[in-house]
Design a protein around this ligand. Structure first.
Ligand SMILES: C[S@@+](CC[C@H](N)C(=O)[O-])C[C@H]1O[C@@H](n2cnc3c(N)ncnc32)[C@H](O)[C@@H]1O
Length: 248
């Protein structure tokens, strides 16, 4: 996937995006996988959405989250893999997402699902959330937060906690860097069981494996199924979360 883009493509970033994703002013997506993903969101958002749609979350993850929450804030909402599941759990959700092409897809999905009035999709970044203090009972990010400054970091975690009301829950779904979160008071829960990516067809499984998991593509082709176990791709499944319940 990294080879799809070149250094010239970083021109697609807004000034605010560039200050986070290419702070030195230069970057080469062929050398920097994180940068390549940011370009994917902006240059080929529908391709990204096809992958995210196949990578469904373990149902235990969504089940674990608090129910009946008045206000939910989700950061880095993308095309709504979690947003559309969360909508039933709260009265209203604000989905914060910096990439305009992903916001467009998310708005479209919410409208198609008839949830347009219960959700607000807005631009923002972990380190400067466009939300007031104590705003939400659940503040959540899925496959978006990392300890790196451009993708959350200390400032981003502090912001998520700022907008979470006392007694509310901050949850980082599909976390990496568990030690970093544990050192900041985050607990951890993981849900067992086999998990597979579920593509629309066998053909799509092969096509997307060739792009996103080239080392596993031959195995996916040989398997000949639209369902691909995460182990075959050598990646950890979205079955876990780190969380902190703020003092009431
Ligand atoms: C792998 S996608 C996950 C999207 C969605 N949460 C999901 O699970 O399908 C990572 C998301 O984080 C967003 N993101 C990246 N940097 C961010 C930042 N500094 N602040 C907020 N969101 C960010 C990206 O635009 C992208 O939507």
């Amino acid at each position: 996937m990294q080879k799809r883009y070149t250094a010239a493509d970083v021109g697609v970033f807004t000034r605010e995006e560039a200050s986070r994703f290419v702070p030195s002013g230069r970057g080469d997506p062929q050398e920097d996988a994180t940068l390549a993903w940011e370009l994917l969101y902006r240059l080929e958002p529908e391709l990204y959405d096809r992958l995210a749609t196949a990578e469904r979350l373990h149902p235990g993850v969504v089940d674990w989250l608090p129910r009946g929450v008045d206000q939910i804030a989700e950061v880095g909402a993308g095309t709504g893999r979690l947003t559309l599941e969360l909508i039933e759990r709260g009265h209203h959700i604000v989905a914060v997402e910096p990439a305009l092409p992903l916001r467009r897809i998310l708005r479209r999905k919410l409208a198609v699902a008839g949830h347009g009035s219960r959700a607000r999709v807005t631009c923002g970044f972990f380190d400067r959330l466009p939300l007031p203090d104590d705003f939400a009972g659940l503040v959540v990010a899925c496959s978006a937060f990392t300890p790196a400054a451009g993708h959350g970091g200390e400032a981003g975690l502090a912001e998520m906690e700022r907008v979470c009301r006392p007694g509310g829950c901050v949850a980082i779904i599909w976390p990496n860097h568990l030690d970093w979160l544990a050192a900041r008071g985050y607990g951890y829960v993981s849900f067992p069981g086999p998990m597979s990516l579920e593509f629309a067809s066998c053909q799509e499984a092969v096509e997307l494996a060739e792009i996103f998991y080239p080392d596993a593509a031959e195995g996916v082709r040989r398997r000949g199924s639209r369902k691909v176990p995460f182990e075959l791709l050598g990646t950890n499944p979205p079955r876990d979360l780190a969380f902190k319940v703020l003092a009431g």
